[in-house]
Design a protein around this ligand. Structure first.
Ligand SMILES: [Mg+2]
Length: 490
C-alpha cells in the first residue's frame, strides 16, 4: 500500500483513542476490522426509520398484528446501546456494573421506585439469563424503540389483544432478523448508499497508516459478500490516490463470518471469486484471497504468530470484543460512536459535575457525623448516672446536634436528587450518561473496561496516531489510591 500521508496534530478530546490496557503498536503485526458500524458508519436516522417502518409492516403482514401497530411512534431519541430488555415484564432498563437497576420504562411510562423495587430487588438479577436481551448493537435501536411502543399498545383496551411481552419480543426479533437476512433492508441501503452511509474522508488515511511497516490488514465481517462489496466500495474506493479499489486496503477478506461462532467453531473457509461464487473450500486461508465463513483456528494458522500480535477493531461489545477476548489472546479496540457526544457534554457540564462530587462528599461527612451521634446517644441512654436516671445534661446537646445534622442531611439529599435528575437529562433525556449510573459505571462501561484494550469513537481516529504509537495507561487507580480527603465545605 503506497500513499503520501499528511501529518496530523493531536486529535480533539472526542476523537482520541483511550487506553484500558497498554498496547504497543510495534508489536501488532495484523489489524482486523469488523465492517458494519465499525468501518461503515451509518446515518442513524434514515436507517432506523427504515428498519422501524419495515418491521411494523412485517408484523402486520406476517405475524398478524393489528393495524393499530401503525400508530407506534418512531422515537429515535428513546433507545440506546447498553440497555437491556426484560422480556418477562416488558421493560427496557439500564443496569450498572453491580447489576443494580435504577431506571426502567414499560412502554412510554417510567417505572417509579416501588415498581422498580418489586421487579428487581427481591431476586438476584442474572443479566446473562434468557429473560434479558442486551442491546449491544446500533442495529438494535429501532427494535428497542418498537418493542417499547408495542408494550405501550398492550395497555390499550383493544381487540385483538397483543400477545405477552415475551411473545412480542420473539415476534419482533424474528421480524428484525428476517429484515436483515432476507435482504429487504440491505437492498434499500444498497439502492441509496449516500442516504444511509457516512463516507469518512480520513478513513483511508487511518488504514494506510496502520498498514505502514508491512503490517497486514484484514476484514472480518458477518455481512455477506455482495453487501460487503457494495458498501466497502462506496466507503473506500478512490479514497486515497493510487488505491482505486477498497480490496487493495486488505490482505485478507472474510465475509459471512458468523461471529461470535467464528471464534469458537471449526468451520472451513470457502474461497470466493469476485462475483461471489465459491470456488474452493480450505481449512487454512491464504493472504490476498476472499473467503466466506472460516474460524479462528484456521486464521491463526495463516497468521502463524501469537494472538497478541493481532488487534481486532469492532463495535459489538459481545460479538467482536468479549468473544474474541475469551477465545483468543487478540488485542481489541471497541468503536463507541456515543463517545463523541458524551465527551462534548461532559465538557459543557464540567462545573455541575464538580458540584456533584462536592455534594456527595458533604453528604458522606454529615452521614458519618449522624451515625456517630446516634452511637453516643445510645451509649448515654444505656449508661444511667448513679441515681439510676438518664444523664440529660449529656443527652440533650447530643439530641439537639442530631436534629441539626439530620435536617442538613435531608436538605442536601433533596438538593442532590434534583441535581442528579437534572444532570441525567442533560446527558440524555431518557437514560442519562452513557457510561455512568449515579456514582457507578454502567454495565456497558464496565464491560468496555474489562474487555477492550482501546476504545475510540471511529476507526479514522487511528489516522492521528500513526503506526508506532505506544498506547500507555498513565494511571489505573483503585479507590484506596484516590485522595478522598476532598474539601467539600460548600
Ligand atoms: Mg459491527
Amino acid at each position: 500500500m503506497a500513499a503520501s500521508l499528511p501529518q496530523f496534530d493531536e486529535p480533539s478530546p472526542e476523537r482520541q483513542i483511550f487506553v484500558n490496557r497498554a498496547l504497543r503498536m510495534e508489536s501488532i503485526r495484523h489489524v482486523g476490522f469488523d465492517l458494519d458500524w465499525t468501518l461503515a458508519d451509518y446515518q442513524r436516522l434514515p436507517l432506523e426509520r427504515l428498519t422501524f417502518e419495515l418491521a411494523v409492516e412485517r408484523l402486520i403482514q406476517d405475524k398478524g398484528y393489528p393495524e393499530t401497530v401503525r400508530s407506534c411512534r418512531f422515537r429515535p431519541d428513546f433507545p440506546r446501546r447498553g440497555l437491556l430488555i426484560d422480556k418477562e415484564s416488558g421493560t427496557v432498563l439500564r443496569m450498572n456494573r453491580h447489576r443494580f437497576v435504577n431506571l426502567a420504562y414499560r412502554g412510554r411510562q417510567r417505572l417509579d421506585r416501588h415498581q422498580l423495587k418489586k421487579l428487581y430487588r427481591y431476586e438476584p438479577i442474572q443479566p446473562a439469563s434468557e429473560r434479558f436481551y442486551h442491546v449491544d448493537s446500533l442495529f438494535e435501536l429501532p427494535e428497542t424503540n418498537l418493542y417499547a411502543e408495542l408494550i405501550e399498545l398492550t395497555k390499550e383496551d383493544q381487540e385483538p389483544r397483543l400477545p405477552s411481552p415475551r411473545t412480542i419480543f420473539d415476534d419482533l426479533r424474528q421480524t428484525i432478523d428476517w429484515i436483515h437476512a432476507k435482504g429487504t433492508l440491505k437492498q434499500r441501503v444498497v439502492a441509496d448508499l449516500p442516504r444511509y452511509l457516512r463516507r469518512d474522508p480520513e478513513l483511508g488515511l487511518a488504514l494506510a497508516r496502520l498498514a505502514l511497516g508491512g503490517r497486514r490488514l484484514f476484514l472480518l465481517t458477518n455481512s455477506d459478500w455482495s453487501y460487503a462489496e457494495a458498501i466497502s466500495s462506496y466507503l473506500l474506493d478512490g479514497l486515497l490516490p493510487g488505491l482505486d479499489s477498497w480490496q487493495e486496503f486488505f490482505d485478507l477478506i472474510i465475509v459471512s463470518a458468523s461471529k461470535p461462532e467464528f471464534f469458537r467453531g471449526s468451520g472451513p473457509f470457502r474461497e470466493l471469486e469476485n462475483n461471489g461464487d465459491v470456488v474452493a473450500e480450505v481449512a487454512t486461508p491464504n493472504w490476498y484471497q476472499t473467503y466466506q465463513g472460516g474460524c479462528l483456528d484456521g486464521l491463526m494458522k495463516l497468521i502463524d504468530g501469537p494472538g497478541e500480535s493481532v488487534l481486532y477493531v469492532g463495535d459489538h461489545i459481545y460479538g467482536d470484543i468479549v468473544s474474541s477476548k475469551l477465545e483468543s489472546t487478540w488485542r481489541t479496540a471497541l468503536i463507541v460512536h456515543e463517545l463523541e457526544e458524551e465527551i462534548r457534554k461532559r465538557g459543557d457540564l464540567a462545573s455541575r459535575l464538580d458540584e456533584g462530587i462536592a455534594l456527595r462528599h458533604r453528604l458522606a461527612q454529615l452521614g458519618h457525623e449522624m451515625d456517630h451521634l446516634r452511637d453516643l446517644i445510645t451509649v448515654t441512654e444505656s449508661s444511667p448516672n448513679p441515681t439510676g436516671s438518664t444523664d440529660t445534661t449529656r443527652l440533650e446537646p447530643l439530641q439537639d446536634r442530631l436534629e441539626v445534622v439530620t435536617s442538613q442531611l435531608h436538605q442536601i439529599l433533596e438538593h442532590e436528587a434534583r441535581w442528579s435528575e437534572k444532570l441525567d437529562t442533560s446527558f440524555h433525556s431518557y437514560w442519562g450518561s452513557f457510561f455512568k449510573q449515579g456514582t457507578s459505571k454502567t454495565r456497558f462501561a464496565s464491560q468496555l473496561e474489562a474487555y477492550a484494550c482501546l476504545y475510540t469513537s471511529r476507526v479514522s481516529n487511528f489516522a492521528y496516531y500513526g503506526s508506532h504509537r505506544y498506547f500507555r495507561v498513565p494511571w489505573d487507580p483503585m479507590m484506596h489510591e484516590l485522595d478522598l480527603a476532598h474539601d467539600s465545605d460548600t
